[in-house]
Design a protein. Sequence first.
Length: 151
Amino acid sequence: MPPIDRNKIHDAKVEEAHKTLFDQGLAIRRSVAGDSYVDASLARHSSPFSKPLQQLVTEVGWGWIWSRPGLTRKQRSLLNLGMLCALNRSTELGVHVRGALKNGLSEDEIREALLQVGVYVGLPASIEGFRVAEKALEDWKKEDGKIKSKL
């Protein structure tokens, strides 16, 4: 009987763990950001150079972080709004404003988060955040027709 190749067993287990997290992350990512955004992002970043980044974002960001217990999706969305606004990451902020709405944040809660960014990070970041969020909210209203408005 040939010896067991422990490296192959380890590699298969690691590969299965990656696949599990990626699949879970993809489902959460689609739920929060929407199929059309995720499909476009995966297609746009499908080259051999950038595909590993999409795998990392989906597996770790969405599959590991967003699936953890301890915070609700609504709470995670609120955190993301503040961080993305503070970092002036406008494109991602717009995506996450829509995700925040899907995850149950109201327009009032989104506004309050962006106002708080202005106090703790700076008004220019808050102003840009409002510009991005208002566009995302307008687009949402055109497509879906309603937004929760009470805190």
